[in-house]
Structure formats: structure tokens, C-alpha cells
Write a protein that binds this ligand. Structure first.
Ligand code: NI
Length: 242
């Protein structure tokens, strides 16, 4: 067996459940027989990038691969797209359009006790995650509108963990937030579909951020965000056998 940057742990990578799960969660695509090719693919929103197992990845890449918590980030962390790509934009819009339905399906049949279960130790309950998704999507929609109607507007972040603690976010049934997401995402997807490439290159300036964010990156971020939280709920259901 050839030595590579996984060293002796290479077999663990493909055999130990957690390692394998971890790599798959990072979006690994094994092309052919990994032992024969020595290649796997790290895939992010920007596309596929082949990585040779025989080369040690950059420090930044390694940090990402070793510190991510798979319960908290079941589909991996957000990888900003490197450039605008019309085909990817279409996929993100589709994800935003389909998010409310996917979320409804992810929470369907759960009773109140289950909805009030944290998706991880010390994390939000499923109900809080649903309310958080409504909070986040409302903010994202407004940022998109601001970005389209003003020149490089400053956009305010929201203190999401504090928003998740206000009374209604801790006690209200999830249905009002699901209904909100139905309407909001229908409108948001319609807005995005009507945008030109130039519109997607318009930017907002997130307060405190080092650089401006083009609207296509914002769109990619929220396409990921919906899937990210939906996957947290589905993963909890799988672990609990619900
Ligand atoms: Ni979130």
C-alpha cells in the first residue's frame, strides 16, 4: 500500500464508520476504486476538485476536515462558490423553492415531545430550528431586496441565538413558521428567478464583514442553510429511530 497524507490511517478512512461518514458528509465522491486510483473528490458548491490522497492538503483544508462536528454540520459547512455559474444558481433557486416542503416532510408526524427535543446536546430543539429557519429566511429575503434596490447597502446581522430564545420562538407551535416559509420562499424564489446575472453580481455589505457579498453568494448560502437545518432534523430522527 502506498503511503499518503492519511499515512497508516488510510484504511481507517474507508473502513471506520465515523471516518467514512465524515468524509461522505464533506461531499466526498469516490471515483472508481479509491485504492486503485488513490483519488477522491472534495466537492463544494463551486464544483468538483480532485484531491490526491498522495498529497497533503493545505493547512486550511485539513483544519476543515478535522474540526467539523458531523451532528452539527450533517452536510458540511457552507463552501462559498468561487464564481458565478448560471447552472448552480438554478439549483440554489430550486432548493429555496423546495425548502418549505422538504422541511414539512422532515417534521411530519413528530409529536410535541419530539418537537421539543434538542437536535444535539445543548442545541436548539426541532421547533426552535423551524422558527430559526423562518427568522433566517426573512432576513435573507430582506437582504436580497435591499441588495437589488440600493447600492451596496449595509445589512445588519441578527443575533440568531438570541432570536431563538424569545418567547414565541420557544413556545409557539411550528405551523405558523411553516406557513410563513411557504409564502416567503414562493415569493423569494420568484424574485430570484427574475434576476439577471448582473443582479446576482450586485452586493450587500454585511456589517462587520471584511468584504461585500454578491447576491449569488447570498443565494448559495441560504440554499445551503435550508438543507443544513433540515438535515439536522432528519439525522436526529434517524438516530432516535423516529
Ligand atoms: Ni442557521
Amino acid at each position: 500500500m502506498r503511503r499518503n497524507w492519511f499515512g497508516r490511517r488510510r484504511m481507517d478512512v474507508y473502513k471506520a464508520g465515523e471516518k467514512r461518514l465524515f468524509l461522505l458528509n464533506m461531499g466526498e465522491r469516490v471515483k472508481g476504486d479509491p485504492d486503485a486510483t488513490g483519488l477522491f473528490y472534495l466537492r463544494n458548491e463551486a464544483g468538483k476538485r480532485p484531491v490526491s490522497l498522495n498529497h497533503r492538503p493545505h493547512r486550511k483544508e485539513r483544519r476543515k476536515m478535522t474540526t467539523i462536528d458531523p451532528i452539527r454540520y450533517p452536510i458540511g459547512t457552507f463552501q462559498p462558490p468561487a464564481a458565478f455559474c448560471g447552472q448552480e444558481v438554478e439549483e440554489w433557486i430550486k432548493a429555496i423553492r423546495e425548502h418549505p416542503g422538504a422541511l414539512r416532510e422532515a417534521v411530519s408526524g413528530l409529536n410535541e415531545e419530539q418537537l421539543n427535543t434538542p437536535y444535539r446536546d445543548g442545541g436548539w430543539t426541532i421547533a426552535q430550528v423551524v422558527h430559526h429557519l423562518a427568522d433566517a429566511s426573512m432576513n435573507a429575503f430582506l437582504r436580497t431586496k435591499w441588495g437589488l434596490t440600493e447600492e451596496h447597502p449595509l445589512v445588519k446581522p441578527f443575533a440568531e441565538s438570541e432570536w431563538a430564545k424569545t418567547a414565541e420562538a420557544r413556545s409557539l407551535a411550528i405551523e405558523p413558521s411553516l406557513v410563513l416559509l411557504d409564502g416567503l420562499h414562493a415569493r423569494w424564489a420568484a424574485l430570484l428567478e427574475a434576476m439577471t446575472e448582473a443582479d446576482f453580481h450586485r452586493t450587500v455589505r454585511p456589517e462587520g464583514a471584511a468584504k461585500e457579498m454578491p447576491l449569488y453568494v447570498l443565494t448559495a448560502l441560504y440554499a445551503w442553510h435550508g438543507k443544513h437545518h433540515t438535515a439536522q432534523i432528519l439525522a436526529l430522527r434517524q438516530r432516535k429511530g423516529w
